[in-house]
Ligand binder design. Sequence first.
Ligand code: COA
Length: 335
Amino acid sequence: MQNSRPMRGVRIAGTGSFLPAKKLLNADLEKMMTTTDEWILQRTGIRERRIISAGESTSVLSAKALGAALADAHLSPDDLDLIIVATMTPEMPCPAAACLVANEVKATRAGAFDLNAACSGFVFGLNVAHDLIRGGAYNTIGLVGADTLSRHMHYCDAGRGTAIIFGDAAGAAILKATDDSSKGLLAQAMHADGPGWKDIYVPQLDRDFPPGVQPTADAINHVQMNGAGVFKFAVGTFPELIAQTLEKAGLRADDVDMFVCHQSNARILAAARERFGLAEEKLYANIDRVGNTVGASVPLCLDELRRSGRVREGQKVMFVAFGGGLTWGSSLWQL
Ligand code: COA
């Protein structure tokens, strides 16, 4: 029986990104807490990260990234049917950062909402936005991944386990319907482990601390992370997720032109690369320059890769991320 709805594909029509100007070097952190450049570099691969200054926030960074993506796609804000901002650091509980972005870029026709899956947010967003377009409900979606975790850091000894890792940024992609039905998702996955929530959380009130953990005023509104636990989870989950996604698509690692992975820790990325015997240039890394930028990490990599010509139409690209929740997900595309 013939499907009444025409089959259509989804393409990534443009990308953009924005990094705040203010750099935080390992040498700067040495002055704020008991740590060393050597320790940070060896454990994480990070040399510097960017953080916001007065007047900057998640929606401000997001609007700049989305504006750049629209320009790249040769589209105007009024072409957008929907804006999705993947973030765990909106300015306020209400309105959504996506509504502030719609206002800032003057996207008068677009619906707008936020999606929170921490570091996995942009990859989850790719899967959601793709199917909204493939199903025919929307034609053009602006998807942003943006976070300003510096707001939840403690730049002192009490926060040295997290302050060395996280940076602020935004990245965006324009997803658009195309008549070429071969373009779009080949396979995807979205997972969560509820009991794992205790490994990364940002408590707001005393009731938010896990059983057995004594609430302290110092911890409120600051990221609490079980670094070693997350490391173990990630080293196991990343390769498993890649293998599962390849299997769903009936592909081998060699068939994929580029792996765009959440930049959490250079050692976690290296472990995934080794497991699949991937050449260094097939698994992009920019963590040394920007740190872990949470929801912005994957779209920032994508934008850098597209602008340098290393990711282009016709290729197969796998996006992979994991993070707080705990959450983890993948999105394998035929571009
Ligand atoms: N500088 C110097 N020493 C530090 C330090 C810092 N910034 N932070 C912690 N240490 C110390 C610890 O106090 C500990 O000392 P001790 O042995 O005397 O108690 C020692 O270094 C080892 O600490 P540990 O937490 O076991 O280090 P690690 O090798 O696991 O590295 C992380 C810490 C955070 C870099 C690492 O666990 C990690 O990257 N985890 C994954 C985090 C992640 O990806 N999060 C984002 C998810 S999206």
